[in-house]
Design a protein around this ligand. Structure first.
Ligand code: HEC
Length: 137
């Protein structure tokens, strides 16, 4: 499991993504049909985010509500005061952009006011699977 150990040490966005992809390729059983994560596990990972984000529409904390965030344009939630960087970002939140932003917010989007990264890059697939369920009913 050296890939997993390495990924805990590396926090820079691109390299964490590369290591994560490498670890996923190694640990996925042959013929596994999808790289999608486990939303139930992701809900637990979301505790890292809940101090600043709710999953209810229009309820903002230090960060905007993440209800419906997957597939949404960055910086588009009404009633939340984003950084200029986020307001002007030409980004749609999908697996790729969320993985990169969560690994290294300021590396992906210099000037963002989100100062905290996802602790372990290997949690990104589960967390994103959970984010996908928000507002998708
Ligand atoms: C310390 C507070 C804080 C924590 C913890 C935090 N965030 Fe954020 N987040 C913010 C702030 C503030 C913004 C707005 C950033 C900006 O305007 O540049 C933001 C923005 C975002 C956005 C963009 C939303 C949009 O409407 O475009 C996403 C996605 C996001 N955060 C996901 C997460 C996830 C997932 C976690 C947990 C791993 C997390 N955040 C943890 C404060 C936080």
């Amino acid at each position: 499991m050296t890939g997993i150990k390495q990924s805990k040490r590396i926090t820079a966005g691109a390299s964490a993504l590369a290591v994560w992809l490498g670890a996923a390729a190694v640990s996925a059983p042959a013929g596994a049909q999808t790289t999608a994560g486990d939303a139930a596990a992701g809900e637990l990972v979301f505790r890292q985010c809940a101090a600043c984000h709710t999953v209810e529409p229009d309820r903002h904390r230090a960060g905007p509500s993440l209800y419906g965030v997957f597939g949404q344009q960055a910086g588009a939630v009404e009633g939340f005061r984003y950084s200029r960087a986020m307001r002007e970002a030409d980004v749609v939140w999908d697996e790729e952009t969320l993985t990169a932003y969560l690994a290294d917010p300021n590396g992906f989007l210099p000037g963002t006011s989100m100062r905290i990264a996802l602790r372990n890059a290997e949690d990104a697939p589960d967390l994103i699977a959970y984010l996908r369920t928000l507002g998708a009913e």
